[in-house]
Design a protein around this ligand. Structure first.
Ligand SMILES: [Ca+2]
Ligand SMILES: [Ca+2]
Ligand SMILES: [Ca+2]
Ligand SMILES: [Ca+2]
Length: 527
């Protein structure tokens, strides 16, 4: 039983108790998922008794009105890692601390933030700067932030002395650093945390309230960092050579997921890892980890190698729904591994395999029915990708024939999809390398609408409060009304932020939008 299960049980019990339908001693239930609370899988709360179906009650009809009391639904508590029904909800609904804590906010990569502004303008900027990072042995200067680069938003650790109620913004950038900013002024409030190379991915903040930050880098390591000391301090690094064999490269672009003290992460070394973090505190109250790699697998198999190449890296951010962790690799293999037994020392088993033909750097997103949406690149013109298309909906509960629908989204070699899909009501929104923003019917993939912007559009679409927020490669950020998913979106506002591609994904929180540009600057917009 994991935290989400505990959460759901407690929610149901609380509802029943408050409705007078259930009495129970709640003291036996350990709701230790708040700040500093570590949930050990061994500490499984036992709930005495069985949750019973409440009898629907009906208020006797008066002479003029009839009132039906709300019926209490007693959906059985979810018994597994991530309740699929949490798709689209804040991670805090599963017991995490509040915030936008990882790329796309939750384990199904479907939470985009809260409280969008209505007509925002730039209220402050912060210079990120530039750094060198060679590509193929050739020096290249990178500025600002790019794909995926989504800022995290979270309440700072108590040790920071920050005012209660403050929310920090933090992001990894091409200056090689994770930068921590004050939301009101854009001043650096902490750090920076320096890595040895540029950071492309999005950081993760510990969802259980441990003062820990997790970040990749092109410096070949995935970093676990304490943020409860005067300076951010590396506690542990997962090096790309930690487990062999590896293929392709040694960078870490994915945004790791942490659930119940396990870290799930894929690397450009073409391996997927599960790490038991063993988080805790030392005698001085400082956060500690004692990580242990409990599982690692190659992202490739012989069947895939026979039809692809050495490019097998995992650059997307792993997603979890139910008891399955899903990821894709640079040869287009989408796979799911059953993690149902790992808390008891079991070994994950591959339960899903689908070949999409070409590189998938976009993260897989998973809806409340457990359906997977994937955006696929089209770089090599492989016949499989040509036939299949670049936007896929897959049903992993039907592993022998999972393809629900697929849609072509390429204009030839070196096009396709790098941005992560966004789910919104009955549509899925896809941004393509060609600068098309597509609204597709989730049921059958039918195109509802298209918006054309200057591409390449690698910024993942963000949807908060029925507003689509999308940046383009000319430096313009726009908001669209998409409350009615059947009609062409109406542009609500647009802001030119400055020359430079808006490639990293914005964070939206409490009336503000926060986004970095390839031009070197980080922007905050508010009403
Ligand atoms: Ca590297
Ligand atoms: Ca990469
Ligand atoms: Ca790739
Ligand atoms: Ca690629």
């Amino acid at each position: 039983m994991n935290r989400s299960t505990v959460f759901l049980i407690s929610a149901i019990l609380t509802a029943l108790v408050s409705a007078g339908l259930w009495t129970i001693e709640l003291t036996g239930i350990d709701l230790a998922f708040g700040l500093g609370g570590e949930v050990e899988s061994a500490d499984r709360p036992e709930v005495a008794g069985t949750v019973v179906q409440a009898s629907p009650t009906t208020t006797p009809a008066s002479s003029t009105t009839t009132t039906t009391a709300p019926t209490t639904t007693t959906t059985p508590p979810y018994d597994g890692w991530v309740d699929p029904a949490s798709s689209g909800l804040p991670w805090s609904e599963l017991g995490a601390v509040e915030g936008l804590l990882t790329f796309r906010g939750n384990p199904t990569r479907t939470f985009h933030g809260r409280n969008a502004p209505t007509n925002p303008t730039v209220v402050w900027t912060h210079e990120i700067g530039c750094a060198n990072s060679p590509v193929g042995g050739v020096t290249k200067v990178w500025c600002g932030s790019g794909w995926t680069g989504q800022p995290a938003i979270f309440q700072p650790p108590e040790a920071s002395g920050a005012d209660p109620g403050t929310w920090w913004r933090a992001f990894g950038g091409y200056d090689r650093n994770v930068t921590f900013l004050d939301p009101l002024t854009g001043e650096e409030v902490y750090g920076p945390y320096q890595t040895g190379d540029i950071i492309k991915g999005s950081i993760t903040i510990d969802p259980d309230g441990f003062p820990l930050m997790y970040t990749g880098s092109r410096d070949n390591s995935y970093h676990v960092v304490a943020i409860d000391r005067p300076q951010p301090t590396t506690l542990w690094k997962l090096n790309a050579d930690a487990v062999k064999p590896v293929k392709w490269n040694d960078d870490w672009d994915g945004s790791g997921l942490v659930i119940d003290d396990f870290l799930f992460q894929g690397g450009e070394n073409s391996r997927f890892f599960i790490v038991k973090l063993n988080r805790g505190y030392d005698g001085d109250g400082l956060v500690t980890v004692d990580p242990e790699i409990v599982f690692s697998t190659e992202s490739w198999d012989s069947e895939l190698l026979a039809v692809t190449s050495n490019e097998q890296s995992i650059e997307n951010s792993v997603a979890i729904s139910g008891n399955t962790v899903f990821f894709a690799n640079s040869s287009g293999l989408i796979q799911g591994w059953d993690i149902g037994s790992i808390a008891d020392g079991g070994t994950p088993e591959r339960v899903f395999r689908f070949w999409a033909g070409e590189d998938i750097d976009a993260s897989l997103v998973i809806d409340e029915e457990g359906m997977i949406y994937a955006g696929v690149e089209y770089e090599k013109g492989r016949s499989r990708a040509k036939e299949l298309g670049q936007v896929l909906k897959l049903d992993p509960s039907n592993p022998d024939d999972p393809l629900v629908w697929s849609v072509k989204a390429n204009s030839g070699i070196k096009s396709g999809v790098w941005a992560t899909p966004a789910l919104h009501r009955d549509i899925v929104i896809i941004a393509t390398d060609d600068g098309e923003i597509l609204g597709l019917d989730r049921a059958d993939g039918t195109r509802r609408w298209v918006i054309e912007v200057p591409g390449p559009t690698w910024q993942s679409p963000v949807v908060v409060d029925d507003m689509l927020i999308q940046g383009d490669c000319s430096g313009v950020l726009r908001g669209y009304d998409i409350a009615d998913t059947s009609t062409q979106p109406t542009e609500l506002w647009s802001q030119f932020l400055g020359e430079g591609c808006l490639e990293s994904t914005p964070a939206v929180w409490d009336g503000g939008i926060y986004v970095g540009s390839r031009n070197g600057t980080f922007y905050a917009l508010r009403d």
